[in-house]
Design a protein around this ligand. Structure first.
Ligand SMILES: CC(C)(COP(=O)(O)OP(=O)(O)OC[C@H]1O[C@@H](n2cnc3c(N)ncnc32)[C@H](O)[C@@H]1OP(=O)(O)O)[C@@H](O)C(=O)NCCC(=O)NCCS
Length: 195
């Protein structure tokens, strides 16, 4: 498990088991990151103005978000295909989301969202940047703002799953693995009968 910021108190076991089960297994990375840091003043690596000057618009709601196109970005980075109707429900149950629109094409090129209880805990999901737009700071731009938004709500524990190859992206954003030895666990009984 990874943890963001200084650990002010141990995570409770209830926090450890409160893992949403809606993400497809293939999208679940193998490590979990959690934040227990207090809100802090944030300096973004790139301002909204600079993003705009580069042709990108920061968006905070699902309005104008083309779910089929977003799904194609998920597919392009290797996430499993998901029913857009279910993605819509997931977004309706999402507490905070950030996406970046390429102004010229109106396409979503970066995305991240968080679910949670709105006061104590949040888990970040679906962090993606269109492969054609990776490596120019868009992933960092959405993550910095998502974290800030959660902290402004007073949410102290911010977790995420990270694929091993992406740990180096999350660490500078303040996430640490297995804080105090706490490990994330995911329900994965293989032989459960389907109804
Ligand atoms: C991981 C991902 C979201 C990063 O987005 P990005 O826009 O390419 O990253 P940025 O350009 O914002 O990079 C920010 C910083 O992280 C670093 N970084 C980016 N990807 C990294 C990686 N996989 N490992 C280590 N560092 C990484 C960059 O070098 C940059 O460093 P700097 O601030 O010192 O210059 C993007 O590559 C992606 O969508 N990958 C496929 C989907 C995925 O794996 N999502 C995460 C699921 S857990």
């Amino acid at each position: 498990m990874l943890l963001r910021g200084a650990i002010s108190r141990p995570l409770t076991s209830s926090a450890a088991v409160r893992l949403p089960t809606t993400a497809p297994a293939a999208a679940l990375p193998q490590n979990v990151a959690v934040s227990s840091s207090q809100p802090s003043s944030v300096t973004f690596s790139i301002s909204e103005k600079d993003l705009e000057s580069r042709g990108f618009v920061l968006r905070r709601t699902a309005e104008d978000l083309d779910l089929d196109q977003l799904n194609s970005v998920f597919l392009a980075v290797g996430f499993p295909r998901r029913d857009p109707a279910k993605i819509r429900i997931a977004l309706e149950n999402t507490d905070a989301m950030l996406w970046i629109e390429h102004a010229k094409t109106k396409k979503a090129v970066a995305f991240a969202r968080a679910t949670g209880d709105g006061v104590f805990n949040a888990i970040i999901w679906d962090v993606v940047v269109d492969p054609s737009y990776q490596g120019i700071g868009l992933g960092k731009a959405v993550m910095e703002r998502l974290i800030q938004e959660l902290q402004e709500k007073g949410i102290s524990n911010i977790a995420l799953y990270s694929e091993p190859r992406v740990l180096g992206f999350y660490r500078p954003l303040g996430f640490v693995a297995d804080p105090d030895g706490i490990r994330g666990m995911v329900y994965s009984r293989k032989n459960k009968k389907k109804k």
